[in-house]
Design a protein around this ligand. Structure first.
Ligand SMILES: Cc1cc2nc3c(=O)[nH]c(=O)nc-3n(C[C@H](O)[C@H](O)[C@H](O)COP(=O)(O)OP(=O)(O)OC[C@H]3O[C@@H](n4cnc5c(N)ncnc54)[C@H](O)[C@@H]3O)c2cc1C
Length: 423
């Protein structure tokens, strides 16, 4: 009997189990948390903060679990056209409302994870063991199993590390004499604070979401409608400019955003809980693809491979893209990491490129990077007026088109013609 063991039952672990279930007789998912229903839990503290699912990620989830979007919508998660029922602001300018063909599924993170978990566990051969931490890997030249808290070992033909950003797998590999992956870091000292509110239909004139991008010179945040007629409001600030959790100060911070939409909700809607904080120190990429002899029988995926600045809402989508790569290359670590690196590269360059626009963020700055950044800023201004640029920009941000789509001649002409509006 061929068995795969997946460490971590969050998004990346569940999607890994989904694709491995068609190859392995048994897929055992192990998580240190006790997990049930659509509740926030200790091992996924970020679930208490706003999570946007990019269209590319939603499309992959739909491929893995046909009907998921409609099912979650039937359970109360709203869906909307990205630029129609929701408002996007970049550098304080609203992206022009236009049809994009992109769908936003406004499910809470716990609801989305729970929906994926239920469907994954319904697959033949997939089992979940909760309340059980992995403490090490077993094997020599090849990884042949995992060690669990309490000392038990479980043998495996393939072990997937989906334990997230705090993964200890590099240490575990080193203990067995294997090379540790190099790490790339871009520190941003980002702070989030989030709170939920009761939603009334008249809020935001009936729109379902507003996203105010955090940019140099602009604090950011967002509010999205969730199942249960709630607003989920998150405020954000980079480089130590963290939103406070005291309710009055939370409201004052919301008032400093470049547009009033989020503040209106914070001021007018009835709060349902207290603000909760989250600190994100920086993006972290583990370069397994650079290891000359990647170990057989072990692969890392999701945040364990690369954890992105959450402002750009890429993590779940890149985890889903990683699962597609896993489906094709689970038996070939070298090829898996090469293909996964190509996927990560796109999102990494977009997000770290944006972060490096802050003079206080340290990292490699190239002339090409500066040109791309200046062009991207101009594209954001153009997206305020021009439907083609707005549509292309949103498709690139949603990872459904490559960034080079913004260099198509008809887009370039419109971007270069753009002038910031006089306020
Ligand atoms: C504040 C914040 C906001 C975010 N917003 C967005 C967003 O808007 N859009 C988006 O796409 N992404 C967002 N992300 C990223 C997103 O949460 C992750 O990319 C996504 O959850 C995939 O992560 P993962 O499954 O790899 O790991 P995680 O979600 O971190 O899960 C790791 C799992 O491993 C388990 N685990 C850990 N150690 C062990 C162990 N030793 N043994 C057994 N189990 C273990 C944990 O209990 C947990 O279940 C955000 C992240 C943060 C921090």
């Amino acid at each position: 009997m061929r068995q795969a063991v997946v460490l971590g039952a969050s998004i990346a672990g569940l999607l890994s189990a989904r694709v491995l279930a068609s190859v392995y007789d048994r897929v055992l998912i192990v998580d240190r948390d006790e997990i049930s229903g659509a509740a926030a839990r200790r091992g996924v503290p970020q679930a208490r903060h706003l999570h946007g699912l990019m269209e590319r990620g939603r499309a992959i989830l739909e491929e893995f679990y046909p009907g998921l979007t409609a099912d979650l919508a039937a359970e109360g998660a709203p869906t909307t056209e990205v630029l129609r029922g929701s408002r996007w602001y970049l550098s304080g300018l609203r992206v022009r409302p236009t049809d994009t063909g992109l769908i936003t599924l406004l499910a809470s993170r716990p609801m989305l994870e729970s929906g994926i978990r239920t469907r994954t566990l319904a697959l033949p051969g997939v089992e979940l063991r909760t309340g059980c931490a992995a403490t090490g890997l077993v094997g020599n030249e090849r990884i042949t199993g995992v060690r669990l808290a309490g000392g038990e070992t479980v043998s495996a033909d393939l072990v997937i590390d989906a334990t997230g950003r705090g993964s200890r797998a590099p240490d575990w590999l080193a203990e067995l004499g294997h090379e540790r992956p190099a790490e790339d870091r871009i520190d941003v000292d980002l702070g989030y604070a989030s709170r939920t509110y009761r939603r009334k239909p008249e809020h935001l004139d009936g729109d379902l979401a507003v996203v105010v991008s955090t940019m140099p010179g602009f604090r950011g945040g967002g509010a999205i409608t969730l199942e249960g007629d709630r607003w989920h409001v998150t405020l954000a600030g980079m480089l130590g400019d963290h939103p406070p959790t005291d309710p009055d100060e939370f409201e004052r911070f919301a008032a400093t955003l470049p547009v009033p939409d989020v503040h209106e909700i914070v001021r007018e809607a009835e709060p349902l809980d207290d603000p909760v904080p989250h600190r994100f120190r920086g993006s972290l990429r583990r370069r397994y693809e650079k290891i000359s002899q990647p170990v057989q029988g072990f692969l890392a995926i999701g945040d364990a491979l690369c954890s992105f600045n959450p402002l750009y809402a890429q993590g779940m989508t890149v985890a889903a893209q990683g699962a597609l790569v896993l489906r094709d290359w689970h038996a070939d670590p070298r090829r898996f990491y090469r293909e996964a690196a190509a996927v990560v590269d796109v999102a990494w360059q977009m997000s770290t490129g944006s972060d490096l626009r802050y003079p206080g963020v340290e990292g490699p700055r190239s002339v090409r990077g500066r040109v791309v950044s200046a062009y991207s800023q101009r594209a954001q201004v153009a997206a305020h007026r021009d439907p083609l640029v707005a549509r292309t920009f949103m498709r690139v941000a949603n990872l459904t088109l490559p960034p080079t789509a913004l260099l198509a001649p008809d887009v370039v002409v419109r971007v270069l013609r753009a002038r910031p509006p006089t306020r």
